[in-house]
Ligand binder design. Structure first.
Ligand code: OGA
Ligand code: NI
Length: 338
C-alpha cells in the first residue's frame, strides 16, 4: 500500500506527483496567524449572549472556536491518540479499508477520491466512516487499535450532542423553530480524519485542497501542529490552536438555509516539515433527497437568495468542470436572480 503516505518512512524529498505548480503551491513557509477568530466560551457566558456570539461569528467570520463545550478532554485526547495509532497500524490492515468509492461507509484513501486520475496528489491520508445510527455502522468500523469502537462511538455521540446544541443556538438566533436542523436535513453523520506525515518541503505541497465544506456544519479537533488556513480578505492566514477547543465551520448548506446570512470560509491545509499532523472532523450533512433551500421562516419576510436543490444536484454542477470544483462558484449556479 505505497499509495498511503502513512506507510512511508524516512521521506527525504517530495516525490514529483506531490509538487504543485508554482501558482498553486503555498510558496512560503511563514503565514500570519489569525488571533481574531472568535473564541466562544460555552460555560462562562449568559446563554443569550452565547447565541449572539455564535450568530455574529457565522455572519462575520464563518469559523469559530469553542471552549468549555462539554466534550470531555480525556475523551478528546483518547480519540486523537486512537487515530495516531490507527495510522501507524501495519499497511496490510489499513489496506482492508482502502477504497476510492465515496459510497463505501468506512474507508481509507490518500489525497482525494480521484487519486487514480488527478494530476497532483495532496499530502494526506484520510480515514472516514459513517456514525449514525451507530448500530447500523459500527460493524463496518475497524476493530484495531483495541477499544477503537468503544472510544470512537463515545466520541461521535458526544460531538453529535454538541453539534445539535450549536444548531439549536443557530435556530434561536435566526428565529427558526427549535429542532429545525433535525431529521433529513442532517441525516448524514460522518467522521473524517486527516493525517499528514512530516513533509520535507512544505512550500511545494498541500495537505488538503482549497475548499469550502459543502455540508451543513463541521466540527474539527485540531492537534498542536499548525496547518489549517483560511482565506481572509484575499490572504491565507493560519488558524491558531487553542488547547481543548473545537473549531466550528458552517457549511454551504447552512449558508443557503440562513438565506445567505452566514459565511462559509474558504480554507486549506499546509504541511509541516518536522511533525505529523492529525485532525478529527465530524460532519453533519443532508440525506440525498433533502431539498436544501432558505429556511421557510426567513423567506416570509425577505426574498429567497437561492432556489431549492438537493445535494446530488449540487455535486453534479460542482463536478461539471465549469466551476473547477469550487463550492462557492457552484453555489452561484443556484442563486436566485430575483
Ligand atoms: C476538512 C478540513 C481541516 C483540517 O476536513 O474539510 O477542512 O485541519 N479539515 O484537517
Ligand atoms: Ni474543510
Amino acid at each position: 500500500m505505497e499509495i498511503l503516505i502513512s506507510n512511508w518512512s524516512n521521506v527525504e524529498c517530495v516525490p514529483k506527483k506531490y509538487i504543485f505548480p508554482p501558482e498553486r503551491r503555498p510558496g512560503k513557509l511563514e503565514f500570519p496567524v489569525c488571533h481574531d477568530i472568535p473564541l466562544i466560551d460555552f460555560a462562562h457566558n449568559h446563554p443569550d449572549e452565547i447565541v449572539q456570539q455564535v450568530i455574529r461569528a457565522c455572519q462575520e467570520f464563518g469559523i469559530f472556536q469553542v471552549i468549555n463545550h462539554g466534550v470531555c478532554e480525556n475523551l478528546m485526547y483518547a480519540t486523537m491518540n486512537m487515530y495516531k495509532e490507527f495510522f501507524k497500524l501495519p499497511s496490510e490492515y489499513k489496506a482492508k479499508f482502502y477504497s476510492n468509492d465515496i459510497n463505501k461507509s468506512c474507508r481509507i484513501y490518500s489525497s482525494t477520491f480521484a487519486y487514480d486520475t488527478e494530476e497532483f496528489h495532496y499530502w494526506r491520508d484520510n480515514f472516514t466512516h459513517r456514525c449514525h445510527p451507530l448500530e447500523e455502522y459500527i460493524q463496518s468500523w475497524p476493530d484495531k487499535p483495541p477499544k477503537y469502537r468503544e472510544v470512537v462511538s463515545e466520541y461521535s455521540r458526544e460531538t453529535r450532542k454538541l453539534l445539535y446544541k450549536i444548531l439549536d443556538m443557530i435556530c434561536k438566533g435566526l428565529g427558526l423553530e427549535k429542532g429545525y436542523f433535525e431529521g433529513e436535513v442532517s441525516k448524514t453523520h460522518l467522521l473524517s480524519v486527516n493525517h499528514h506525515i512530516p513533509c520535507p518541503n512544505p512550500s511545494l505541497t498541500l495537505g488538503m485542497p482549497v475548499h469550502s465544506d459543502p455540508n451543513l456544519i463541521t466540527l474539527l479537533q485540531q492537534c498542536d501542529v499548525p496547518g489549517l488556513q483560511i482565506l481572509k480578505d484575499g490572504q491565507w492566514i493560519g488558524v491558531h490552536h487553542v488547547p481543548h477547543s473545537l473549531i466550528v465551520i458552517p457549511g454551504i448548506q447552512l449558508k443557503v438555509m440562513s438565506n445567505d446570512k452566514f459565511i462559509t470560509p474558504v480554507h486549506r491545509v499546509v504541511t509541516h516539515r518536522l511533525e505529523a499532523r492529525t485532525t478529527i472532523g465530524v460532519f453533519l450533512g443532508p440525506s440525498l433527497e433533502f431539498l436544501i433551500k432558505p429556511a421557510t421562516a426567513l423567506v416570509r419576510t425577505e426574498p429567497a437568495e437561492f432556489r431549492a436543490f438537493t445535494y446530488p444536484e449540487f455535486f453534479k454542477v460542482f463536478n461539471g468542470g465549469a466551476n473547477k470544483s469550487d463550492a462557492q462558484l457552484t453555489l452561484n449556479h443556484f442563486r436566485d436572480k430575483h
